[in-house]
Design a protein around this ligand. Sequence first.
Ligand SMILES: NC(=O)c1ccc[n+]([C@@H]2O[C@H](COP(=O)([O-])OP(=O)(O)OC[C@H]3O[C@@H](n4cnc5c(N)ncnc54)[C@H](OP(=O)(O)O)[C@@H]3O)[C@@H](O)[C@H]2O)c1
Length: 432
Amino acid sequence: MEKPVVRVGVIGAGNVGSALVQLLNDPARHEALVDAATGQLELVGVAVRDPTKGRPGLPSGLLTDATALVNRDDLDILVELAGGIEPTRSFVESALRRGVSVVTANKALVAESGTALAQLAHQHGADFFYEAAVGGGVPILRALRTSLAGERINRVLGIVNGTTNFILSKMTSEGSDYADVLAEAQALGFAEADPSADVEGFDAAAKVQILSSLAFGTELKGEQISREGITGVRDVDVEFARRAGFVIKLLGVAERVGESGVSRRVHPAMIPDEHPLASVHGAMNAVFVEGVASGPLMWLGQGAGGEPTATAVLGDVLDAARNRVSGRHDVPFTVDSTLRSVSAGDLSTAFYISIDVLDRPGVLASVASIFGRHGVSIQSMEQSGFADEARLSFLTHLAMTSDVEATVAELGRLEAVDRVGACIRVLDGGAK
Ligand SMILES: NC(=O)c1ccc[n+]([C@@H]2O[C@H](COP(=O)([O-])OP(=O)(O)OC[C@H]3O[C@@H](n4cnc5c(N)ncnc54)[C@H](OP(=O)(O)O)[C@@H]3O)[C@@H](O)[C@H]2O)c1
């Protein structure tokens, strides 16, 4: 029997868009694509900023601009691979209003307006899918949405930014300095010329919000969550962690707090060597989920790159095509409006704190008294270096984050303290 035709338009022919077009046009995949879509996928247009510029591997007849593509009245699925918030959101909204299903890899847009866009899709009988927005080629969102739909999840921990994991892994394996490794990552194309979205944790924060929405039902509406990047992590911190049996990773965390609280945050963390996330090296991504009945689960894979990311996009396209052919669409996840956001300061955790001090008598006593005044108890202390290089490194017992922040602020004001070098959380208090 003749299979129905499902017309697909793509905005963007960059890293991901061009890889997707290749996958869609790959003759070796043709039958499998038709089977999975239960229809014949037809690529009807690829929008770029400048359609007059030739693109290798892309027939010039397919090139168009985004407005023309979105306004086609025969489109079934729009794949948005341009990135950014505007004009992208307007293209997506316009397609959804016409009942066209949308697939995107745009974490910034989903974190900013995901709930509203999913509702808009639902109202117009369309799908809004974004598997590739978290973890690139790692299929974690569909697992949360379907396989774990009935599970009560307590915590999701993610290494969801390849650039920062590449930098921290190199600092760990080679003992190199942050600035040197960042320059190397930029030269190798693992970091942007302006790396702030990655190294300041913005990219990971958007992904944490998306993971949290599926794990707990938090709304996707562009909230600011607690965020700290890796720019303050020094080689001495990485080395201290190594000697103490930890590795430092940039961790995205979404966790249930009590019955109705959720904490969402991004920060560097010391992870015990034995934890599965400690062995996630280089630019790899991983998401670790702790469910009540399932126990621990982990997904690992390539969090970026044209082909891996396009694979996740293609999965969404096939899902949307199947729905199209059968005349149905997926219902968006339910927002739980009873959830309250718990601030990072209200959580109790153990910390590693490192301070550069003047090497003279009495300094340790004044430092220790500041910890004591704020009720932060010291688990262990190490003194290293001397003269200008003197440094005190502490591991604390569990303490309220706000008390530790007050301790660090007061330490910074102490005349004998040159500077507070690091204040890094220790995952689960370092429990092994
Ligand atoms: N790269 C990855 O590994 C990766 C991983 C996960 C998610 N993502 C997400 O996937 C999306 C695409 O990333 P990418 O790396 O493929 O980006 P990219 O290489 O910068 O490509 C962007 C493409 O979008 C086109 N474009 C931008 N604005 C447009 C507009 N207003 N109208 C029409 N076309 C427009 C550009 O056209 P021109 O060619 O004419 O400039 C270009 O072809 C982003 O949301 C990104 O966050 C990427």
